[in-house]
Design a protein around this ligand. Structure first.
Ligand SMILES: O=c1ccn([C@@H]2O[C@H](COP(=O)(O)O)[C@@H](O)[C@H]2O)c(=O)[nH]1
Length: 287
């Protein structure tokens, strides 16, 4: 199962998931000008970041919104970035946050687990129901070495609007979602003991991270919110089981690391690498 490869990457390389949320404005001006189009510049920027970091990263998360916003050319850069991640032997998470009725979800599954936009994992929203939004992806998990991360408790402040609504037993909505995801996860275990049915849990809002991990016993975790959103390494510990079972995403913190350096523009990829090393060691030191 794909989760076993992710588990090995975490063991060998650490927990860092590099977020390729590549906004054109993030590119050094002189670098961007070399290319014929914005999309070509973005793809080459991603390629340089991947070349500088693939030996250190657990995986890469590509946020589709940044590419969709640029139309057809942006989607070409998205597709080429996913292909390059694969070429380097790395794991891709397509952050697409899809969720719809089952027939439509079947199309999302085919669209993101095969063809031009094929990724190893996708992120899914469960709020239209497990049978509709999640079930159509399961056959790819069993038959095609794919995985999913279901939104359980997100990193943003607005997470409180719905995810903390309590049911008649005093359980938060996110806890109910966690229980349903964990049930499915246990039916799709890899040999590492974790499941290719993962959960998204934020590195922020962490008062209940220990109790949430107790509910999500086998689900592999994707933890966004480190760095730019204020999540800290010490917030990660409660989510790990024997030091594994989670990857921690940082996007702006890594892509924009060069901006903190004098003349960083000329060496943006090296500064991204330095930030990945700093983040990896920061997390390891807090386990
Ligand atoms: O709860 C969530 C789920 C997903 N995200 C995504 O992660 C990255 C975070 O980017 P940073 O620049 O490191 O803040 C981004 O793609 C979000 O869409 C999240 O932040 N929280």
């Amino acid at each position: 199962m794909i989760v076993d490869k992710l588990f090995e990457h975490v063991k060998e390389r650490g927990h860092v998931c590099i977020g390729l949320d590549t906004d054109y404005s993030y590119l050094p001006e002189a670098y961007a000008k070399q290319f014929k189009s914005k999309a070509e510049a973005i793809y080459n920027f991603n390629k340089d970041i991947i070349d500088a970091t693939y030996d250190l990263a657990a995986c890469y998360k590509v946020q589709i919104a940044y590419y969709e916003a640029m139309g057809i050319d942006g989607l070409r850069a998205y597709s080429d970035t996913l292909k390059y991640i694969k070429e380097k032997g790395q794991i891709s998470i397509a952050d697409i946050k899809r969720g719809d009725i089952s027939k439509t979800a079947e199309m999302y599954a085919a669209g993101h687990f095969s063809g031009d936009f094929e990724a190893d994992f996708v992120t899914l929203s469960p709020y239209m129901g497990i049978n509709d939004s999640i079930e159509p992806f399961l056959k790819y998990i069993k038959e095609n070495e794919k995985g999913i991360f279901v939104l359980v408790r997100t990193s943003n402040q607005g997470a409180k609007d719905f995810q903390y609504i309590k049911d008649e037993n005093g359980l938060n909505l996110y806890e109910n979602v966690a229980d349903m995801v964990e049930k499915l996860a246990e039916e799709n275990l890899g040999s590492c003991g974790f499941s290719s049915i993962g959960s998204v849990v934020g590195a922020t809002n962490n008062e209940e991270s220990g109790s949430l991990r107790k509910r999500l016993k086998t689900s592999f975790l994707l933890i966004p919110g480190y760095g730019a959103q204020g999540g800290k390494a010490e917030d990660i510990k409660a989510y790990l089981i024997n030091g594994n079972g989670a990857v921690v995403n940082s996007s702006r913190g890594i892509l924009l690391a060069y901006k903190k350096e004098n003349n960083g523009e000329d060496n943006f990829a090296m500064y991204a690498r330095n930030e990945v090393i700093r983040m990896r060691d920061d997390i390891r030191a807090n386990i």
